[in-house]
Ligand binder design. Structure first.
Ligand SMILES: *Cc1c(COP(=O)(O)O)cnc(C)c1O
Length: 384
């Protein structure tokens, strides 16, 4: 059967039917009163999602564009920054900062392990002259399925007192709590095709008052991504350039769905999905790439030893029409990653777990049929 695929990669993610329907309308003029109303509504929804009363700006860009905007508006060439690097997206931060001639010091951990907050503390407490301008972190490292301890790292940044905390929350926002105001996060970047449950094309950047202060002296060049102009126009519920208005329709609908569900419920659902997958994988005696204590609620990486990860992926696709992701770079061919971010829930988890069990069985991995599904059902029944 064709035309029946289930997308369980960590982005783009599944899009609800009502969101797709919302997009299927004629575009409206972006200088119209109707658009201003829409812009006001989505901005309020974004503030709710980010748990902030500050600015959340909307860019026509993928997540990386939002990350770039988060650097060039707040820093100057030669600025000293600390970049956390324990996967593909940490590397992206490092490369991005290097491209803009920042003086980058990386704090690394092996792929599959979380960053150690003490490594940040050591550098930050040694910096008595306050030369470190920013600490830059990937919250949920999608390439490995690790969630970094942003709260602990940020506490050390706050103790330093000067450095900004700049966060890639692309696969943590909408999956776990990212309380921007409570934690005092300065710059938080995300993208539409992940927890937002809408197609790719929008980037988001939350900006704190402290970051706006820093932007006054920031000298990196910018034009399209000059966030000051998005802030100025945003105050009038408009945008500096033509926005993808149909994606704004989608965003309004998805934010309404999220608000109806509620933040705590959304986070619980993601925890439950991750727990179901972890329980099944453990019942099959397959290794997870990262320790369960540091597992991201958005994506689970499995590192099979008895069978080839790519064979699992291709049979899952061919036989069941289910797409899961492979490994990137050094993890290519070594892992497969199940995305459970956004619209996915227990129905999708039971489906992918049952299909995986069949695929593993067919490929000759020793398991007891029903063991993974049973373990997942037990998690499902044990969580609210
Ligand atoms: C998807 C993702 C991004 C953004 O990638 P784009 O392709 O530019 O949207 C950034 N960081 C993380 C952790 C991601 O998962």
């Amino acid at each position: 059967m064709t035309d029946r695929s289930l997308l369980l990669i960590p982005g783009p993610t599944l899009v609800p039917e009502s969101v797709l329907q919302a997009m299927a309308q004629h575009p409206i003029g972006h200088r119209s009163g109707e658009f201003s109303t829409l812009m006001g509504e989505v901005t309020a929804g974004l503030q709710w999602l980010h748990q902030t009363t500050g600015d959340v700006l909307i860019l026509t860009a993928s997540g990386t564009g939002a990350m770039e905007a988060g650097i060039i508006n707040f820093l100057s060439p030669g600025d000293r920054v600390l970049c956390g690097c324990n996967g593909k997206f940490g590397e992206r931060w490092t490369e991005l900062c290097q491209a803009f001639q920042l003086q980058v010091e990386t704090i690394t951990a092996p792929w599959g392990q979380p960053l150690n907050p003490n490594d940040f503390a050591t550098k930050l407490t040694a910096d008595r002259d306050k030369t470190i301008k920013a600490v830059i972190i990937t919250h949920s490292e999608t390439s490995t399925g690790v969630i970094n301890d942003l709260e602990a790292i940020n506490r050390h940044v706050k103790a330093h007192g000067q450095a900004l905390i700049i966060v890639d929350a692309v696969t943590s926002l909408g999956a776990t709590s990212v309380p921007v105001d409570d934690w005092g996060l300065d710059v938080v970047a995300s993208g539409s095709q992940k927890g937002y449950m809408i197609p790719p094309g929008l980037g988001f950047v939350a900006v704190s008052e402290r970051a706006w202060q820093a932007s006054k002296t920031a000298k990196l060049p910018k034009f399209y991504f000059d966030l000051g102009s998005y802030r100025k126009d945003g105050a009038k519920n408009t945008t500096p350039f033509t926005p993808p208005v149909n994606l704004f329709f989608a965003l309004r609908q998805s934010l309404q769905l999220m608000q109806k569900e509620g933040l705590p419920q959304i986070f619980t659902r993601h925890e439950r999905s991750a727990g179901m997958v972890q329980a099944a994988v453990s019942a099959w005696n397959l290794p997870l790439l990262c320790p369960v204590e540091s597992a991201s609620p958005a994506v689970t990486a499995v590192a099979p030893t008895t069978i080839a990860a790519e064979e699992v992926r291709s049979l899952l696709k061919k036989q069941f029409g289910i797409a899961v992701a492979g490994g990137q770079d050094q993890l290519k061919g070594k892992i497969f990653r199940i995305g459970h971010l956004g619209f996915a829930g227990e129905r999708e988890m039971l489906t992918v777990i049952a299909a995986l069990e069949s695929v593993l069985h067919q490929l000759g991995h020793p398991l007891t049929l029903g063991s993974g599904v049973g373990a997942a059902i037990r998690v499902l029944e044990a969580t609210p």
